[in-house]
Design a protein around this ligand. Sequence first.
Ligand code: AGP
Length: 607
Amino acid sequence: MCGIIGIIGKGEVAPLLVDGLRRLEYRGYDSAGIATLIDGKIERRRAEGKLDNLVARLEEKPVQGTIGIGHTRWATHGVPNETNAHPIATPRVAVVHNGIIENFQELRRELSELGYGFQTQTDTEAVAIMVTRYLDEGLSPKEAVGKTLHRLEGAFGLAFLFAGHHDLLICARRGSPLAVGYGDGEMFIGSDALALAPLTRRIAYLEEGDWAVLNGTGVTVYDAADRKVERVVRETAVSGALIGKGNHRHFMQKEIFEQPAVIGDTLHALFNPTTRSVHLGALPFDLATVSRITIIACGTSFHSGMIAKYWLERIARVPVEADIASEFRYRAPEMPEGGLALFISQSGETADTLAALRYCRTQKQHIAVVVNQPESTMAREADIILPTRAGPEIGVASTKAFTTQLVVLACFAIAVAKARGSIDAAREAKLSSALTEIPSRASEVLNHDEKIQAIAAALLEARDVLYLGRGTAYPLALEGALKLKEISYIHAEGYAAGEMKHGPIALIDEKVPIIVLAPPDDLFEKTASNVQEVMARGGKVVMISDEKGLATMGERLHFGIPIPPCDPFVAPILYAIPIQLLAYHIAVLKGTDVDQPRNLAKSVTVE
Ligand code: AGP
């Protein structure tokens, strides 16, 4: 996911642009650049790779200027090199872009026939040259951009800087979020509030189809039909503090170790310790009337949704469907009016999940979102916001967002069960007290970090890794496999343990470690027999269970990771931590870029 920043300032903007790009690094990128105006002329500095390369370029050849735009690029069209790095420019206009222009080839052909040449492989260049063409025809910058936007198909966030215009920036949003920031005689553009936090806290989010014309004192916003509109200016709650790693080596490690605290913060907002009951706050409809729940998400967030499905079916006795957003949105199923569609997203900006949310709106569903960014697009389009209080999650691999999603979803399942009368006060108190023990139990699990690091070293040469689980441990097996794949680049697969005999057991040999998640629930015995079957065939098993569960396996077990005793209801939250640590340590030993793994972005805002 690319990052965009723009500043119409009073002082030199280059250092502020770079600082803003640093706050956008977490989104994942493979090149970066800025453009400013010097005596009316567009001046660019761009570099392939990490932001430090751009900083070095600027130290070699500084740029002045009190107006500029900046960009971190996650390549979609065109290899990640300096030529394709943004800002993309002609002598008349520079542009930065997040998203995909789907009809760029058609536009390139039209412009080439008009005699315009292309220097890059990017889709963005078609936008820069289309604006230039309209400027060459005598249109003003505002008219040129307005006309160009009507020619574009696809999803984009765009920001434009114009030669000769020291007090003008134009930006546009269609599918990729953009915020406008208000300063004191200065104005800002950012992909999100985090990028603008040190510059201003007064933010207005553009809505779908909006575009905006900024000067140093204000902004005029137009909707997709070019009508002037007003957008709410709010005080953002996003902290301006540049998030550091503390004494941790990676953001991912810091965020794994923050889990006891943020799980506690999230629980504290949803659970009343005096009455020992869950409270979701005032809801716009009665949960008792919910006849069916559809859970939709992507990646790790989908895995927490799968676990919620088990909880809601078992505790709230309500029919639940869970699907990945990229499939659901094209299945476009009929949905019973008045159902509840529940979306789970750390960023609140994932394109497929957002598209699925908008489809469910057309199906007259109640819309609830579990998000870590309460000012995100999904949050702004929901009927109910169930916030995780994980704090900014910088590591691309999601960890604390996942466990705090589970805390919110567990409380939500209890609330739905209570509303439907499928649990009494005693059962609610038992389930809730299991939740309140999680922060301290999670700290105990983190004490096994060194043991897990040693196990990681023993698995380093694995060609493939299988993760197995049953019940709520099955989505955890999928999550464990995803964590390992996405940061260590080792192939891994999560499987329902009961499916082993239907094929995967043929994979078992000494080169394929098996990670078995076996919480002390009613399926433990069945999972334990799967472990015996695997060990009998020479498989190297790492079993994650409580002490009692590990003891039943005897000496043949290669490795055991002991988890404190806990109610099976909350086991998924605890058992997530060792699979995060295992993936983390294997990746560190392999020397991969743990916080920004290759090819990945923190939030996938393009399809
Ligand atoms: C998880 O480690 C990945 N970073 C990825 O699967 C992520 O969970 C997915 O892209 C969904 O993102 P979201 O929660 O921001 O919607």
